[in-house]
Design a protein around this ligand. Structure first.
Ligand SMILES: *[C@@H]1O[C@H](CO)[C@@H](O)[C@H](O)[C@H]1NC(C)=O
Ligand SMILES: *[C@@H]1O[C@H](CO)[C@@H](O)[C@H](O)[C@H]1NC(C)=O
Ligand SMILES: *[C@@H]1O[C@H](CO)[C@@H](O)[C@H](O)[C@H]1NC(C)=O
Ligand SMILES: *[C@@H]1O[C@H](CO)[C@@H](O)[C@H](O)[C@H]1NC(C)=O
Ligand SMILES: *[C@@H]1O[C@H](CO)[C@@H](O)[C@H](O)[C@H]1NC(C)=O
Ligand SMILES: *[C@@H]1O[C@H](CO)[C@@H](O)[C@H](O)[C@H]1NC(C)=O
Ligand SMILES: *[C@@H]1O[C@H](CO)[C@@H](O)[C@H](O)[C@H]1NC(C)=O
Length: 502
């Protein structure tokens, strides 16, 4: 190699080296507090910009976005309320059982998902009402631990991990159903636990065991990852702890916002920065149409029926009649079509018309116009008891595979206090957010009962009974009174004249 070539080569190498050192210097500065504070503050101020106090947050808008925080009992709301109200054609793509895009659902009305608040950037924000349910943070973490193990343990019917994962993949590609393993956060937590369960089983087979006395299901390392180990794992730290706050803030590991990951990592690193995130999350909760509490299940369900259910019912009835009108107006304008004897969808021949009429009749068919809030609550009650029974059966069958470990209310009493304390301290933001949600819930209940009293009173002012308007009652009463008074005057006058005569 001659010298003329050597020199530029050296120069290039030198430049590369320089470049590399600046890059690594940069990544160090990413982790320092000043930098973190700057980006968290920037995120917080841009997030609060679109938060204005919303005057009519109590009114349901066109789209209902159910921000489903995992392990809050949201599934029962989805299956037993929302699914009873909305037809499938009104469900948006990316709802968790509709992960694949279906263009016919562009005018969708319901989005139920584990995706975080940042998904709203893909929705018409001013036309969207958000609802959510929050749960006591320790309960939520314990439930996440138990559920990820429960789902993973189902795979223990297989002889080894390879065959378990292969089979799971085959089943998923065969029937197009959405499985728990497609959905965040389970798509990370379940494979993690699955691998762990198989490793522990393999170790037992070759006789590696601590032979500890098995009296605490949350600390049986021969069978499952102990709780204290689970909550301290980097995966749990990123996905589970303060999960409700990050989800409402739109900062989860699954966020659509590109800068969210850096913001989240900064907040996880420097506790004091959590205050900014908490503030945004609180304001977002304030803005929601409904906030439920897992712990107050009955009250939450009732409030859901009164606040959300009733508005959905009237909105869908209106939508259905609008679509019907639009459809008949169109066909009326086209007097030349040949009257087909087979169903309405054969009338128009343009594809748009066909699609619209199809959708109209679908919505019309599937919208239950006789549904009332009372019916809804009744349907809900039977639906959840069925759902709970099938969940319990499934859970028991799955947990058999990890016996003697078993998760139950009694077993939870064995969890050490130090572990529970640690869960609380790892979820400080969620603890604060949950307190705020409890305050909101109390306010909502007050507002709903005031509204009911007010509407009840308005009715009793305007209507007397059996729908007879009060003004009629009043005018009738006035006329009667006048009549009686006149009669009285008349009788009196006659009496007087008679007295004079006598
Ligand atoms: C896993 O199980 C399958 C099915 O029994 C078997 O064919 C395969 O050889 C096993 N693999 C390993 C690594 O043991
Ligand atoms: C469970 O085991 C621990 C130590 O292994 C022991 O300290 C504790 O008393 C045991 N509890 C019960 C209820 O047996
Ligand atoms: C989310 O978490 C999972 C599991 O820890 C990880 O594999 C994945 O890379 C994370 N994604 C982001 C965007 O941080
Ligand atoms: C359909 O026509 C009726 C009266 O003919 C009208 O009141 C209604 O607004 C129309 N609806 C639409 C969606 O065009
Ligand atoms: C639709 O109807 C128009 C007349 O109304 C006709 O000219 C056209 O060929 C029809 N198209 C199809 C696909 O039937
Ligand atoms: C509509 O709701 C009522 C009351 O819940 C129920 O009895 C009826 O079966 C429902 N009809 C349809 C078509 O779902
Ligand atoms: C686990 O506990 C539940 C409730 O205590 C019980 O019904 C069930 O039989 C137990 N399962 C096993 C495998 O021990």
């Amino acid at each position: 190699m001659d010298h003329a070539l050597k020199f530029p080569l050296l120069l290039i190498l030198l430049l590369f080296h320089l470049d590399f050192t600046t890059v690594s210097a940069n990544s160090i500065s990413h982790t320092n507090f000043g930098h973190c504070e700057k980006i968290v503050k920037k995120w917080a101020s841009s997030s609060s910009q679109d938060l204005q106090v919303n005057e009519n947050k109590h009114n349901l808008r066109d789209l209902l976005f159910f921000l489903h925080v995992p392990r809050t009992g949201g599934r029962t709301y989805f299956h037993c309320f929302l699914k009873k109200l909305y037809s499938r054609s009104l469900e948006c793509p990316r709802s968790y059982d509709e992960l694949r895009f279906d263009p016919s659902t562009r005018n969708c009305r319901l989005l139920a998902t584990h995706d975080d608040y940042s998904f709203i950037s893909k929705l018409p924000k001013e036309k969207t009402s958000v609802v959510t349910i929050l749960r006591d943070p320790s309960e939520r973490v314990l439930s996440t631990y138990e559920f990820s193990i429960e789902v993973a343990a189902r795979f223990l019917v297989h002889p080894n991990l390879t065959s378990a994962t292969r089979m799971a993949g085959r089943i998923r590609s065969k029937n197009k159903q959405v499985s728990t393993l497609d959905i965040w956060p389970w798509k990370y937590l379940v494979p993690w636990m699955r691998e762990d369960l198989f490793a522990r089983r393999d170790a037992r087979k070759i006789g590696i065991s601590n032979h500890q006395r098995w009296n605490n299901s949350y600390d049986m390392e021969d069978f499952v990852m102990p709780l204290h180990e689970y909550i301290n794992d980097p995966v749990a730290r990123d996905i589970i702890h303060n999960g409700a706050t990050f989800q409402v803030a739109g900062l989860t590991n699954n966020s659509y916002l590109p800068e969210s990951h850096e913001v989240r990592h900064c907040v996880q690193r420097y506790q004091s920065l959590g205050a900014y995130v908490l503030e945004v999350a609180k304001r977002r909760l304030d803005d929601m149409l409904y906030v439920g509490l897992t712990e107050q299940h009955r009250e939450s369900a009732t409030l859901f029926g009164d606040v959300v259910g009733s508005q959905v019912i009237s909105q869908l009835i209106e939508l259905s009649s609008q679509m019907e009108h639009a459809y008949f107006n169109k066909t009326e304008q086209r007097p030349s079509f040949s009257t087909s004897s087979h169903g309405s969808s054969h009338h128009g021949n343009s594809s748009i018309n066909k699609k619209e009429s199809g959708l109209a009749s679908l919505i019309h068919q599937e919208t239950n116009e006789t549904m009332t809030v009372e019916d809804l609550m009744e349907t809900y009650e039977t639906c959840i008891s069925t759902l709970r029974k099938s969940h319990a059966t499934r859970r028991a069958a799955s947990l058999k595979h990890i016996s003697p470990a078993n998760f139950s209310k009694e077993a939870r009493r064995q969890i050490l206090d130090t572990v529970l304390q640690q869960i609380i301290s790892l979820n400080r933001l969620d603890v604060e957010l949950y307190k705020h949600a409890q305050e909101i819930f109390a306010k909502q209940q007050k507002y709903a009962s005031q509204k009911m009293v007010a509407s009840g009173m308005r009715e009793s002012i305007l209507y007397y009974s059996d729908g007879v308007p009060l003004w009629k009652v009043i005018s009738l009463a006035t006329s009667l009174f006048l009549l009686v008074f006149l009669v009285f005057l008349f009788v009196n006058a006659r009496r007087r004249t008679m007295k004079i005569k006598v």
